[in-house]
Design a protein around this ligand. Structure first.
Ligand code: ADP
Ligand code: MG
Length: 574
């Protein structure tokens, strides 16, 4: 390959501009991102080498070395991981391959504050180097390729980048940042070590920094820190989840979360356990505080990484949790699975089934704990609000579980919250509702509509209002579908107020019943005429007791498809 200059994909150019401008106040994260890439590259090598031990060449000890050159004003992060081929350098460092990133670009608003939040959800990765560097040079050789097939990639972080072939005896990648004028801090070993300790302590490979020592100046020259030629390991280099809980601080848990999730916000809660007896595994599962932009995409990558005895296997192991818990992030490290486990094998493994069930229970348990705090007078305001925060972000996804996870339906139903005619906020649980039911009321009433306002103003509610009966208001797209799977809660049937003849049972007094029957008699001829006129449109026309002020309303037959669902299917072209 001869030297060539290529343009960044348009999205990359845009992303670069954005990253360098809006993450300016949080510069130091570039080091975390680049070390994380180095660590990923070592994970990938370890994984590929399971089938081809020769890839280790003569350097089996995977590590990351960070070096500083004050004279040249450069900081270099070097790994001996999988490396990049020439084509991979062009593809992976010049285009945005991941659809999520593209989606992210579409969401940018130009409002720096909001956009910086968004970046947090996607991880800025490699390009974050340009926050502190005005030029980045990458030299790499992919494991298994001959030394002459090395590559040098360089860019000033604006419109284009250069690639050239080089000869590189050692495998892996080194990323050299040519620091900007105002990024002097990162030439200081002490500062750099501090940042590594803060963000990358749990990385399971050694991260080495060249030792410096103080040398007094001679002949009245000032003293300075000089390199000793020795390297020191600055991180603990043990996978966080393998350490005992008591040795891990909340800050370390939060930092690890940020690393694996690319979320810049702290998690809402986590659960760390070693499961023994039967299938053995360690789980460290997190609930994020904010939903990602692609939450509703059921095909999106799952958030749990699979390790087998601390060897990284894959990072979107969808078999480990049901789809409705796709927002959960974390790590599962199994002691029982084979190292060469494939996705196909995962789907069938009995151990994976046990892990999946155990992890689902863990997540539901975490949610139940949060929900319990809502009503705990001893809890702080922040703790009380935690479940509400979770629910406003992920509640709609949780409901998918009613149709997906029959075994946990009861537990899920307890975790649901709704608005109601007695509460404008989405805080009413089925249990709250039951506790407020009227004497003689024998069903939980609900209505579904496109919006909360539409539900609230529906004429179907008139009689319930008149009688002071609470009705749950549902307006999530998924409600209609999800509620199909829930016929009752704790022995009380659920009844849509828009279906069939609403039987208010004992709540209706004799006089009302009689009046309705008389009216039905009186209006018989009118009803017959209406029925004839509407015969292609309506199945039946009835006198109703459900209305108070409105003259007429549409209802669905019992067991019929609700209007919401019919509309949704129609929209979907069915
Ligand atoms: P992500 O890490 O989320 O994939 P990045 O922007 O951080 O996104 O990195 C982009 C891609 O560049 C990586 O997916 C990987 O293919 C490649 N890459 C970056 N750094 C390295 C490295 N040190 N060794 C090998 N490949 C790398
Ligand atoms: Mg990365």
């Amino acid at each position: 390959m001869s030297k060539q200059t290529l343009s960044f994909q348009a999205e990359v150019a845009q992303l670069l501009h954005l990253v360098t401008h809006s993450l300016y106040s949080n510069k130091e994260i570039f080091l975390r991102e680049l070390i994380s890439n180095a660590s990923d590259a070592c994970d990938k090598l370890r994984f590929e080498a399971l089938n081809d031990n020769a890839l280790y060449e003569d350097a089996p000890n995977l590590e990351v070395r960070v070096s500083l050159d004050k004279a040249a004003r450069t900081l270099t992060i070097a790994d001996n991981g999988i490396g990049l081929s020439q084509q991979e350098a062009i593809d992976n460092l010049g285009t945005i391959a991941k659809s999520g990133t593209r989606e992210f670009m579409g969401k940018l608003s130009g409002d720096q504050k909001a956009d910086a939040q968004l970046i947090g959800q996607f991880g800025v990765g490699f390009y974050s180097g340009f926050i502190v560097a005005d030029r980045i040079t990458v030299e790499s050789r992919r494991a298994g390729l001959p030394p002459e097939e090395g590559v040098r990639w360089a860019s000033g972080g604006t419109g284009d980048f250069e690639v050239d072939s080089i000869t590189r005896p050692q495998r892996g990648t080194s990323v050299t940042l040519h620091l900007r004028e105002d990024a002097d801090d990162y030439l200081n070993a002490w500062t750099v070590k501090g940042i590594i300790g803060k963000y990358s302590d749990h990385i399971s490979l050694p991260i080495l920094v060249e030792k410096e020592e103080w040398k007094d100046g001679e002949n009245d020259q000032p003293g300075e820190m000089v390199k000793t030629g020795e390297w020191e390991t600055v991180n603990q280099a043990s996978a966080l989840w393998t350490r005992p809980k008591k040795d891990i601080t909340p800050e370390q848990y939060a930092e690890f979360y940020k690393q694996i999730s690319h979320d810049h916000e702290a998690p809402l809660a986590w659960s760390h356990n070693r499961v023994e007896g039967g299938t053995e595994y360690t789980q460290l599962l997190y609930l994020p505080a904010k939903a990602p932009a692609d939450l509703y995409n059921r095909d999106k990558a799952a958030g749990v990484r699979l390790y087998v005895k601390r060897v990284f296997i894959m990072d979107d192991a969808e078999a480990l949790l049901p789809v409705y818990l796709r927002f959960v992030k974390g790590v599962i490290d199994s002691a029982d699975l084979p190292l060469n486990v494939s996705r196909e094998l995962l789907q069938e493994s009995r151990d994976v089934k046990a892990i999946r069930e155990g992890s689902t229970k863990r997540v539901l348990g975490m949610l139940e704990d949060l929900a319990k705090q809502e009503k705990d007078d001893g809890a702080s305001e922040e703790d009380k609000a935690r479940y509400g925060r979770f629910y406003s972000e992920f509640g709609a996804v949780l409901k998918e579980g009613l149709g997906e996870d029959f075994g946990n339906r009861e537990r899920l139903a307890r975790l649901l919250r709704f608005a109601s005619t007695a509460s404008d906020t989405v805080t009413v649980s089925f249990a709250d509702y039951k506790a407020r039911m009227k004497e003689g009321q024998d069903a939980i009433y609900y209505i579904t509509a496109d919006t909360l306002a539409a539900a609230k103003n529906s004429p179907q509610l008139e009689v319930f209002r008149k009688k002071g009966i609470e009705v749950l208001l549902m307006s999530d797209r998924v409600d209609e579908w999800a509620l199909n799977f829930l016929n009752e809660f704790d022995g009380t049937p659920l009844q849509s107020v828009a279906k069939g003849a609403v039987d208010l049972g004992k709540l209706q007094d004799e006089a009302e019943k009689q009046a309705a029957e008389e009216a039905a008699e009186t209006f018989k001829p009118v009803l017959a005429k209406l029925k004839e006129a509407l015969k292609d449109k309506a199945e039946d026309v009835r006198v109703t007791t459900r209305l108070v002020d409105s003259p007429a309303c549409l209802v669905v037959t019992d067991g019929g498809m609700s209007m919401q669902l019919a509309r949704m299917l129609k929209q979907a072209g069915q």
